[in-house]
Design a protein. Sequence first.
Length: 87
Amino acid sequence: MRGGPGFGRGFQEATMTRNNAPQAPTNSYATDGKCHNAEPGTYGHECGKPAAWIGTDYKGFSSGFCDDCKRHGYEARDVIAWRRADT
Ligand SMILES: [Zn+2]
């Protein structure tokens, strides 16, 4: 999340630290249209397929997932809320 234009960054971090509820994704993992699921043992290699879903975990962190990774992905197990990415 670092390195982009500063606009909105402080606001995003402030809301994420005091609110555990799922919220509209605003970070690049949720908005770049790619699946960011990474399996254990892959050294953080992300799937990279087009994201069909946005998953939000209990910490309020949102990330893109493809259909396969939504069903079987390691990181998808932590997701507590799903919404379609094609909005
Ligand atoms: Zn995937």
